[in-house]
Design a protein around this ligand. Structure first.
Ligand code: ATP
Length: 297
């Protein structure tokens, strides 16, 4: 087997509508998942002589890697008995920032393993992905999706026209579980009917590839919960708004803040205006799936 390579793009949530808790304990939600051009690089090669099994090398991440879990679940589900492999992850996506970096890597490993095993079954990959985490199925074939259920029910949306995104990370982390619990405490979840209406409105607003839905559809219901736990995020949101962002919002459960601009230049100017801070703000564009239409023959 020769080396195989996949790009794993991060995602942002363009708004998030929170609903009630379902039977499995997860909240229902409606969100637009947008891959962005901030990517990890994932390589699969045969494991070295003497390796006792599959291995993952991922500098910057400690503890069990979701990429290894993806490989294990792929082998179990597909019955693939190919020789042990080595996965190397070059991390560019900030860790624990709400940008689904671990999910992106796990999904990239599912694609790599499927290629190595000559498995052509995206449905199976998505089922394995759903067992790994709510954000993983959308990363199996990254593109813009309207995600419903707990994030696992995916409706593909057209690629958006380009726009600029400022990613402003916080110097602290926020646990996703804590944010959802705070949202419950504050009584933020909406009814199932409100969720259905939001889903229909978003699908209609984005059907033609508009870069962004109107502002009220971009609201993140988790924002008051994240702000309640970390009030200092309010000042950071104001700073991003002051750079001229069309919208500024907390990404998913935070603490990362995203600013949205008409183009990449706007996002770059905002990153420069916010100055040389740690973590550094970055400006990115949407990530687009590779298409044969883009290749001039
Ligand atoms: P999400 O948006 O899906 O909630 P996140 O972006 O907030 O995720 P990740 O960067 O995916 O957070 O990582 C969350 C935790 O998962 C980290 O604390 C890390 O230890 C663990 N983890 C396991 N595998 C990976 C990986 N490949 N990349 C990043 N983190 C990983």
């Amino acid at each position: 087997m020769s080396a195989l390579h996949e790009i794993a793009p991060a995602k942002i949530n363009l708004g998030l509508t929170l609903g009630p808790v379902r039977g499995d304990g997860r909240h229902e939600l409606v969100t637009v998942m947008q891959p962005v051009a901030l990517c990890d690089s994932v390589r699969l090669t045969p494991a070295g002589l003497g390796a006792s099994g599959d291995e993952v090398h991922c500098p910057g991440v400690t503890g069990e890697n979701l990429a290894l879990a993806a490989l294990r679940d792929f082998r179990a589900r597909s019955g693939w008995t190919g020789a042990a492999v080595r996965i190397e992850i070059d991390k560019r996506i900030p860790v624990a920032a709400g940008m689904a970096g671990g999910s992106a890597d796990a999904a990239a490993v599912l694609r790599l393993a499927a290629r190595a095993a000559s498995v052509h079954d995206d449905e199976m990959l998505r089922e394995i992905a759903a067992g790994l985490g709510a954000d993983v199925p959308a990363q199996v074939r990254p593109r813009r999706y309207l995600a419903t259920g707990a994030g696992e029910r995916l409706h593909a949306l057209p690629d958006p026209a380009p726009f600029g995104i400022l990613v402003l990370r916080a110097a602290f982390g926020l646990s996703t579980g804590d944010v959802f619990r705070e949202a419950d405490r504050l009584g933020l979840p909406r009814s199932g009917a409100a969720l259905e209406a939001r889903s229909a409105d978003l699908a209609a607003a984005l059907a033609a590839g508009s870069p962004l839905a109107p502002g009220d559809l971009l609201l993140n219901d988790l924002e008051p919960a994240a702000l309640s736990l970390r009030p200092e995020l309010g000042a950071a949101l104001e700073e991003v708004r002051a750079t001229g962002a069309v919208h500024a919002l907390i990404c998913g459960s935070g603490p990362t803040i995203i600013g949205l601009y008409p183009d990449l230049e706007g996002a770059r100017a905002a990153a420069a205006a916010l100055g040389d801070r740690d973590p550094r703000p970055v400006a990115v564009e949407p990530w687009y799936p590779f298409s044969l239409r883009d290749v001039s023959l």
